[in-house]
Design a protein around this ligand. Sequence first.
Ligand code: BDR
Ligand code: CA
Length: 351
Amino acid sequence: MKPCLNPSRRAFLGMSAALAVGTLLAPSRARAVDGVAARRTVIIDTDPGQDDAIAILLALGAQDRLDVRALTAVAGNVPLALTERNARIVRDWAGRTDTLPVYAGCPRPLTRELITAANVHGRSGLEGVVLHEPRAPLAVQHAVPYLVNALSHAAPHSVTLCAIGPLTNIASALIEAPQCRRGLREIVLMGGAFFERGNITPAAEFNVYVDPQAADVVLSSGVPIVVLPRDVALKAPITPARLASLRALGNRCGAIVADIMAAELAYNKKRRGVDEAPMYDPTAVGYLVDPSMFNGRQVNVVVETTGQWTLGETVVDWDGRSGRSCNAIWINDVDADRFYASLAEHIATLP
Ligand code: BDR
Ligand code: CA
């Protein structure tokens, strides 16, 4: 990989042709440049989680763009026994009980004890919605051997991993079978913060903080990586008006997404006194659905794995001062109105 020389001189729009990723181009031009219409093969690694549930529904509603092959669950927002259960509930909501396998993966981070966000997402992990007993069991295999096998046998550079929880499952697969990198087209992940501060500590965003060692493995892997950080989540906030547009769809999944958004708004009102909430994981899926809604820069990003006060901080070399090689595209802008229009359009296709 070439060193990122003078990235600050790269205007965002000038970057698009070289990187072949989304930029804030007019949609028709973006399609021509980026091949946005091509359908991606996707595995979603997730810790549902309220926003994970919305992200999964968005992906399943975007069948024109995404061929979602499996959900792999990881411990994060709540313990694994709940995240894998919630993943199976979400697939039921989308009418995919029999056609979308759910694999349970790692119950704790690589080296640390699990920290959850049950105070945010509720004890079930899906505060705000009524949960039923999942209609079908887990796939028998553990998520890590599933990933190793699926990626090792995939056509070269054909599979996109969408990672919206701590990166434990993915790092474990990369450690166990480095050759499985060949099957990966890219890893598109929600995690990290740079222009905004952390949400679990002053320095760190939750997904990276829960398993910084795993994030380090992934970011050092050499796989093409796109990061949707907290910076972007705050630029596309959930608002009462945006919630109302999902409610107005009139279908079951629209109501579920609206109910989850309402719970997120209520939490933020209570905690921060504001009428909006960050939109996290769905931005990673939104990027896959249509990268032309997003804007970013190719950078070097490293994770603080030992800091006393900064554990889990993502250090982004935005201006190319370090001389370190680029290892990721760091997204820092989104056309929020287009994102919400796309979310509603795709949720509308679900039951
Ligand atoms: C991330 O942390 C989790 O609580 C959310 O599901 C999201 O993946 C945001 O920091
Ligand atoms: Ca998540």
